[in-house]
Write a protein that binds this ligand. Structure first.
Ligand SMILES: *[C@@H]1O[C@H](CO)[C@@H](O)[C@H](O)[C@H]1NC(C)=O
Ligand SMILES: *[C@@H]1O[C@H](CO)[C@@H](O)[C@H](O)[C@H]1NC(C)=O
Ligand SMILES: *[C@@H]1O[C@H](CO)[C@@H](O)[C@H](O)[C@H]1NC(C)=O
Ligand SMILES: *[C@@H]1O[C@H](CO)[C@@H](O)[C@H](O)[C@H]1NC(C)=O
Length: 489
């Protein structure tokens, strides 16, 4: 029996449920409790730190204010000093001078935006590390090496000292990732690296996580949670998890994954199953992704739901935004993640010169990257162009930061029309149903069966021609390539 005839037989048998094509349903049975939507502060603060104060504070406002993006989470990159990193803008300064001696004047750009996030009361602040400072690595560099076993407790103490320092000035880190992408050292000792990175083998990972838990507890930082291990691809993560996760689980706040192999829904379904087996009860976070392009290049500019891979391709419009929307769907509805972080809030990977050609900023190109929510011109020092450019990705993420709130319960959505994706959540402020139309055509939607979210209130919509537009009348169709959040009270 095919699935369809099964369902028909079921419907005919029960007869209580009328068969209405495309009548969307939202379950009354909650799935996970949502816990934050964020983006990273790497490596753009190294550049933006040199911008005029008016621009820097405007950017902070765009990222953190409830009038704009209103991120509920922000990832601060604790720099490793950038030793042997060949890309100057990715060589983040370190506070570490020698054991117990710190230079708190270092990383002024990063600290500026961290303090802004705290001033705007962003509820979750994560401190993440790509590489420990050279004093703790096997090659005395900030990439191309690994963590030295004997120095793991000292490394943990250093992180706790940094967290304490910021706590004393009112910047409260809630989460720490002590090894971002520990599966790679990000280079060799022959040529300078493209970024910081530090190999931490699977068998070393419990030592790092448990030492950090002890160091945080010794510093009375009991509420600060450790999130790990942020392995780059789902396949590698699944193969290595059994080695390290059980021994680290008692010290772990949440399990974090990246997804740079852009795996299928059926593959990522294994993640929650394996976490449940190896670390029962731990929540999962999707803590970094960017840089997608369609595997089939003829679908790159038209189909946001087509399978993606890692690579160049700058897409500031709705297709580039909805590709991220598709990942948010996979994260929340398939994996059951409670938290999602986009890679970098701002990027210089525009792939064209917006001073030479003012229109190129809003056009797709093959040279830039889908790695920012906003972009800036890395020629700023010579051409004085301090403009920042918003993409449709910025507006799409705004739907999630505002309407998938910390503490809201996700409610599974069913019976969506083809090419429309839906995510629903509900808290004491109301219910929301995010609808993303992945096709270029308007698609009718019947929301008359959606009762579990409350009474229709209004909707907010982003399309190719409108950003965050309020709609007061009932939604009965969604425009091609759009995101619409229907709000209920
Ligand atoms: C501290 O860092 C600042 C900013 O990089 C630098 O100018 C200064 O020389 C550093 N001080 C020490 C003692 O390393
Ligand atoms: C790293 O520095 C330490 C301390 O100066 C030194 O003992 C060690 O030999 C160095 N390691 C390498 C690989 O250069
Ligand atoms: C790529 O997409 C185009 C357009 O849908 C299709 O005709 C072609 O067969 C696809 N190529 C591959 C290798 O799947
Ligand atoms: C400017 O950029 C647009 C969009 O990429 C492109 O179509 C146009 O040819 C460019 N103009 C020049 C003069 O290069």
């Amino acid at each position: 029996m095919t699935l369809l005839s099964w369902r028909l037989a079921f419907l005919l048998a029960t007869a209580a449920v009328p068969l209405i094509n495309g009548r969307v349903t939202v379950s009354t049975q909650p799935a996970q409790t949502m816990n934050g939507i964020g983006a990273s502060g790497a490596w753009w603060p190294n550049n933006l730190g040199q911008y005029p104060e008016s621009v820097r504070s405007h950017v902070a406002d765009l990222l953190f204010s409830q009038n704009h993006l209103g991120l509920s989470s922000y990832r601060y990159n604790l720099g490793g000093g950038g030793v042997w990193v060949g890309t100057p803008s990715r060589a983040t300064e370190t506070f570490f001078v020698s054991p117990g001696v710190y230079n708190w004047s270092a990383d002024a750009g990063g600290v500026y935006f961290l303090r802004k996030a705290a001033q705007f009361r962003v509820p979750q602040l994560t401190l993440f590390v790509n590489s420990a400072p050279p004093a703790f690595t096997t090659n005395n560099r900030s990439c191309a090496g690994g963590i030295v076993d004997a120095l793991i407790p000292d490394y943990a103490k250093y992180i706790a000292d940094v967290v304490t320092h910021f706590k004393d000035e009112g910047v409260i880190f809630t989460h720490i990732s002590p090894m971002n992408e520990p599966d790679s050292s990000f280079g060799t000792n022959d040529t300078p690296c493209g970024q910081e990175g530090m190999m931490v083998t699977p068998s070393q990972r419990p030592a790092v996580i448990n030492a950090l838990r002890s160091a945080l507890d010794n510093a009375k930082l009991h509420t600060v949670q450790i999130i790990s291990d942020e392995t780059s691809s789902a396949q590698q993560l699944l193969s290595e998890m059994p080695t390290w996760l059980p021994a680290a689980a008692p010290s772990l706040g949440a399990f974090c994954h990246h997804q740079y192999s852009f795996p299928s829904d059926s593959l990522v379904e294994q993640i929650p199953a394996m976490v449940n087996e190896l670390a029962p009860g731990k929540e999962t976070w999707f803590s970094e992704i960017c840089c997608f392009k369609a595997i089939n290049s003829s679908l790159q500019h038209t189909d946001p739901a087509a399978p993606q891979t890692f690579g160049a391709g700058y897409q500031p419009g709705m297709v580039g935004a909805l590709k991220l929307g598709n990942m948010l769907r996979q994260s929340f509805a398939v994996i059951g993640d409670v938290h999602f972080d986009w890679w970098t809030a701002l990027s210089d990977g525009i792939g064209c010169d917006p001073v030479a050609n003012v229109t190129c900023i809003m056009a797709d190109n093959e040279n830039g990257y889908n790695d920012g929510l906003m972009y800036y011109d890395n020629r700023f020092a010579s051409n004085g162009n301090f403009a920042v450019y918003l993409t449709k990705r910025f507006h799409l993420v705004r739907h999630f930061t505002h309407f998938v709130r910390i503490g809201a319960k996700r409610l599974p959505v069913d019976d969506l029309p083809n090419n429309v994706q839906g995510l629903a959540s509900k808290d004491s402020k109301g219910g929301s149903l995010i609808l993303m139309n992945m096709s270029p055509n308007t698609i009718p939607v019947d929301l008359s069966g959606v009762t579990s979210l409350g009474m229709f209130h209004s909707a907010v919509q982003t399309t190719a021609s409108a950003d965050w537009e309020t709609i007061r009348k009932a939604v009965d169709a969604v425009p091609g390539l759009s995101i619409t959040t229907v709000l209920f009270q």
